[in-house]
Design a protein around this ligand. Structure first.
Ligand code: NAG
Ligand code: NAG
Ligand code: CU
Ligand code: ZN
Length: 208
């Protein structure tokens, strides 16, 4: 036993010093990376780019439908977080689901008709908000109560107020019909969700 111990002794010691030398190098590498990253000027610029943003759209149209929709997007570290969409829309048909999208253009020269199609920078088919392949502007349906008022607040992971796919300056539209989320059997299910006419809309602008 004692011979074994004396044989194992120096071996264990060598292993220990090897692992502590390894730990020292890993520690030094981590510190060097952190120092280098904080000195790298672009890391501060990226952080500044993710300022929390808020936007608002006032909806009106040729129908009795009107309302206000708010958008807000915070930050998760250096990256943008999900966008919260909330608001109240009144004058809707009682107890109904109504198509709700962001359309490509912020052009109201012909009311809601000049706002273009669903905002679709990735060139996918129309879908549900939960689909991986969908139009960026596909927000599904909002639901009205028996007074014809829809009050809602939900998050979306694709909609963004910054970056190349920002929805600022585009239009939010509420439709006269229900969005079938691309699952209907109509010729326009995969482009508009067969949601019908445009009841009200508003251009999305920067809010305080
Ligand atoms: C419908 O919703 C609005 C807004 O939340 C609320 O003020 C109203 O009382 C609701 N109507 C009914 C019948 O629940
Ligand atoms: C879908 O529409 C096509 C063409 O109008 C029709 O032939 C088919 O039966 C429909 N399918 C369903 C499930 O309604
Ligand atoms: Cu639409
Ligand atoms: Zn769509």
């Amino acid at each position: 036993m004692s011979t074994r111990r004396s044989l194992n002794g120096p071996e264990t010691q060598t292993r220990r010093s090897t692992s502590s030398r390894k730990a020292w190098w890993i520690g030094a590498a981590v510190i060097a990376t952190l120092v280098g990253y904080s000195l790298w000027p672009e890391s501060n610029i990226v952080q500044e780019q993710c300022t929390p943003l808020k936007a608002v759209a006032v909806l009106s149209g040729s129908s009795d439908v009107s309302g206000v929709v708010y958008f807000s997007q915070g930050c998760l570290g250096h990256a943008a977080s999900e966008t919260t969409i909330s608001g109240t829309i009144k004058g809707l048909d009682a107890s109904s689901s109504r198509g709700f999208h962001v359309h490509e253009l912020g052009d109201a020269t012909d009311g809601c008709m000049s706002s273009g199609s669903h905002y679709n920078p990735l060139k996918f088919n129309h879908g549900a908000p939960s689909d991986h392949k969908r139009h960026v502007g596909d927000l599904g349906n909002i639901k009205s109560n028996s007074s014809g008022i829809a009050e809602f607040s939900f998050e979306d992971r694709l909609l963004s107020l910054r970056g190349p796919f920002s929805i600022l300056g585009r239009t939010v539209v509420v439709h006269e019909g229900t969005d079938d989320l691309g699952k209907g059997n109509y010729s326009d299910s995969l482009t508009t969700g067969h949601a019908g006419g445009r009841a009200a809309c508003g251009v999305i602008g920067i809010a305080a």
